[in-house]
Write a protein that binds this ligand. Structure first.
Ligand code: MG
Length: 400
């Protein structure tokens, strides 16, 4: 049999819920055989679409679909300039689609191609939140009633809602937060929730890199007594050396990585045993191919996976997360925000969550498809994002 080759690469953009989603469809020389992959970089989706249509597609046409590793390697270096979020997402769309195709050819789900299941389903965590500790607790109870055993707790938006800070006259609009007030309020919330729910529920919290490094060290120490399942992104990628300070001073489990797109960001944290969960955004790091390498590397150092799984990961990306989760011996937990019912119609095969577990459907490949006609009914809207225009109390720009 001659090689099956790439005949076309198409990009599907859609916004059926909150986020603008980018999905790639790789069409092969075999009639009816295609694969889908996630390339979602919601804030700059036009750039990803252009990278795929104008640059990656001409490079890919005619290539042998079986050579996933080689195509990933060559696509990464082909642009010479590499490892940025736009190009990594573009490559991920193709990479995940090639895994989907390989699975369909083999008649196996992707988790079987990776080495087979270590577990039947992936434990997920949901996002509980509220404006007050009481509201957060109510939200926690609602998740618990639905069977969730892992629950992330947040007070207000990321960084909290500043109540006491005073802006200078003439300060611009923006998503303001006060790092120190956030820290104090969150400690009170965690105390309230932990006292109410006891030790049965695994609680998580996302700092979203909103603290100054030394405050992050203090915060990680202060939350140790609440026995979190993990504390997420206490530091920014720019402050990686500070993880050692946290490690030396407390045993709060640390999760990190959703903004990472360069191997030099995760290598020292894993090799130095400075974090406990690696949680890259799989499309932002380039797809299933680099993610499985990192998962295996992390396994050697006792670091577990907790791949990023927010609403701005497409349903195809969530399916990719799930296949990695089912296979990885060092799987920790999977983030899951859920989708409204109509998204299940646009993306048939979107994994289902029952009793706090995400289940695969056992179809070959990623087990998910996209209904292009339905997707087209929800075109992406061009809006200037507001929540990422974060500001500190004096109005200066800050990390969102
Ligand atoms: Mg996060």
């Amino acid at each position: 049999m001659g090689a099956i080759t790439i005949q076309d690469v198409r990009v599907i953009t859609t916004q059926p819920a909150g986020a603008r989603l980018v999905v790639v469809k790789v069409i092969t020389s075999e009639p009816g055989l295609y694969g889908v992959g996630c390339a979602t970089f919601t804030q700059r989706f036009h750039a990803v679409v252009t990278a795929i249509e104008k640059h990656l597609k001409p490079f890919l046409l005619g290539r042998d679909v079986s050579r996933i590793e080689e195509i990933y390697r060559m696509a990464t270096v082909h642009s010479y300039w590499r490892n940025g979020p736009v190009l990594n997402n573009a490559i991920s769309g193709v990479d995940q689609a090639l895994w989907d195709i390989k699975g369909k050819l083999a008649g196996m789900p992707v988790y079987d191609l990776l080495g087979g299941k270590c577990r039947e389903a992936a434990a997920v965590y949901g996002h509980a939140g509220g404006r007050t500790p009481e509201e957060v607790l109510e939200s926690v109870y609602r998740f618990r009633e639905r069977g969730y055993r892992y629950i992330r707790v947040q007070l207000g938006p990321y960084g909290g809602r500043p109540s006491k800070s005073v802006r200078p006259e003439g300060a611009p609009e923006g998503a303001y937060y006060d790092p120190r007030e956030y820290m104090r309020n969150t400690l009170r919330m965690l105390e309230y929730v932990r006292n109410a729910v006891g030790d049965e529920v695994e609680l998580l919290h996302d700092v979203h890199e909103r603290l100054h490094p030394i405050d992050a060290v203090l915060f990680a120490k202060e939350v140790e007594r609440f026995r979190l399942f993990f504390l997420e992104d206490p530091l920014a990628p720019e402050d990686l050396e500070w993880f050692e300070n946290i490690r030396q001073q407390c045993a709060t489990p640390i999760a990190m990585g959703e903004l990472f797109n360069h191997p030099r960001e995760w290598q020292p944290l894993i090799a130095g045993r400075l974090i406990d969960f690696i949680r890259m955004h799989v499309s932002q790091m380039g797809g299933i191919t680099p993610a499985r390498h990192v998962a295996a590397f992390a396994h050697m150092y006792g670091v577990r996976t907790a791949w990023h799984g927010p609403g701005d990961t497409s349903p195809v990306g969530h399916a990719a997360n799930l296949h990695l989760d089912l296979w990885a011996p060092n799987f920790g937990v999977q983030e899951w925000c859920g989708f409204p019912d109509h998204v299940y119609e646009i993306f048939p095969g979107l994994p289902e969550v029952r009793d706090g577990y995400m289940y695969p459907n056992d179809r070959p490949g990623l087990g998910i498809d996209v209904n292009e006609e339905l997707a087209a009914r929800f075109p992406c809207r061009d809006e200037v994002e507001f929540w990422t225009q974060a500001r500190l109390p004096d109005g200066s720009p800050a990390r969102p």
